[in-house]
Design a protein around this ligand. Structure first.
Ligand SMILES: O=C(O)C(=O)C[C@]1(C(=O)O)C=C[C@@H](O)C=C1
Length: 363
């Protein structure tokens, strides 16, 4: 026999010692956060505790400092949770998300705010907006675009009627699985439930593996998972959270057609976020219908060398203007170049609303 047990004991003693140090340091950090809360409330009774730009800076710094063996994202996730707990100590944050429980939007909310935030499922995107607007929650999380299926129009439309601002973004890799309850055999699946977007994202796989199964669209992947819990011969396409929540078996994993399938979510709230050093700005612009309107609108971005990251058109609902454009671009509204572009765009359009400048998603 080798001397492994002695080494194991010694290593565990070392780990105990390190854990003690980590514990002491996290507690000291939490005390600092408590003092930060006091400084904030002393200077402003309506102080906002959640500071997206600072959180992005903390996480980026940790990722830059990290030298392994854990990878930078893994390390940032640990610090994400430490900050989440520190913020909860300052003031617990309430977040509404597009439910039900087990959706990818809930996963996005967790990824962005950490486990210490209180998250509440809403039945529809406009309900998330209303809850934040009414002050029932501090922030909201809604999907805005998928790399395979494109834009989530409900979210863009909600911004047209709302005074909510964008405080952040989070991008989630979307992995779909085929899930069944314990009494369904994989060769007996005759019906598949899922959200229409998920069907679209897994179309080729389903055509190849379950060409004859009936495809039944439902309002969310979590709803699909809930249905198959009590139904024989049925499967759901949904993600890990739904599989866990409803205790379903994965009979096929990562069945999405494109390996880079991801969804971008927005964090909505009531605050303007200062620059973090790597930011994006989202605006909505109403234009009169005239030749060259889009060219005129985009020309200043080109001249000031500002990168457009997304451009979407929605029909105007007021009937007065013919186009409404949603534009995302790199930079913060306080940057001189961005401010100059916004001034020029303002002169060329019928209406301009800055939805927010916010940190580029870190995790
Ligand atoms: O720096 C702050 O303003 C803090 O409140 C501290 C802290 C942190 O734990 O680092 C906590 C919450 C904020 O959202 C940002 C950072």
């Amino acid at each position: 026999m080798s001397d492994t047990p002695i080494d194991l004991d010694a290593l565990r003693q070392r780990i105990d010692g390190l854990d003690g140090e980590i514990l002491r340091l996290i507690s000291e950090r939490a005390q600092c956060a408590g003092q930060v809360a006091k400084v904030k409330t002393d200077s402003d009774p309506d102080a906002v505790f959640y500071r997206p730009e600072r959180e992005a800076q903390v996480l980026r710094r940790i990722m830059a400092l990290n030298q392994g063996p854990l990878d930078a994202e893994e390390m940032a996730r640990l610090f994400r949770e430490i900050m989440s707990a520190c913020l909860a100590l300052e003031k617990p944050v309430k977040v509404a998300y597009l439910g039900p429980e087990g959706t990818f939007t809930q996963q996005a909310a967790l990824k962005h705010f950490g486990e210490s935030a209180v998250s509440l499922p809403m039945a529809a995107i406009d309900e998330v907006f209303r809850e934040v607007e009414a002050g029932a929650v501090n922030y909201g999380v809604v999907p805005v675009e998928n790399s395979t299926e494109g834009v989530v129009n409900h979210t863009l439309d909600s911004f047209m009627d709302s005074s909510m601002r964008i405080c952040g973004e989070v991008v989630l890799r979307i992995h779909h699985h085929l899930l069944v309850s314990s009494n369904t055999r994989r060769d007996k699946v005759s019906r598949v439930y899922s959200h229409p977007q998920s069907f679209a994202q897994c179309r080729k796989w389903l055509d190849a593996h379950y060409p004859h199964a009936e495809r039944v669209p439902v309002s969310s992947n979590a709803e699909a998972a809930k249905l198959v819990k009590t139904e024989w011969h049925s499967a759901a396409i949904a993600g890990d959270m739904a599989a866990k929540l409803y205790d379903l078996e994965k009979i096929a994993e990562t069945i999405e057609d494109r390996p880079d399938n991801s969804t971008r979510f927005l964090i909505i709230g009531n605050q303007d976020v200062p620059a973090s050093g790597e930011d994006k700005t989202s605006i909505v612009v109403a234009m009169r219908n005239q030749p060259g309107a889009l060219h005129d609108l985009l020309e200043p971005f080109h001249r000031h060398q500002i990168d457009l990251t997304r451009l979407e058109t929605r029909p105007s609902r007021s009937g007065v203007w013919n186009y409404v454009f949603f534009i995302d671009f790199s930079g913060h509204r306080d940057d001189a170049r961005v401010a100059a572009v916004l001034e020029e765009v303002q002169l060329r359009c019928a209406e301009l609303k800055v939805l927010g400048s916010y940190p580029v998603g870190v995790l």
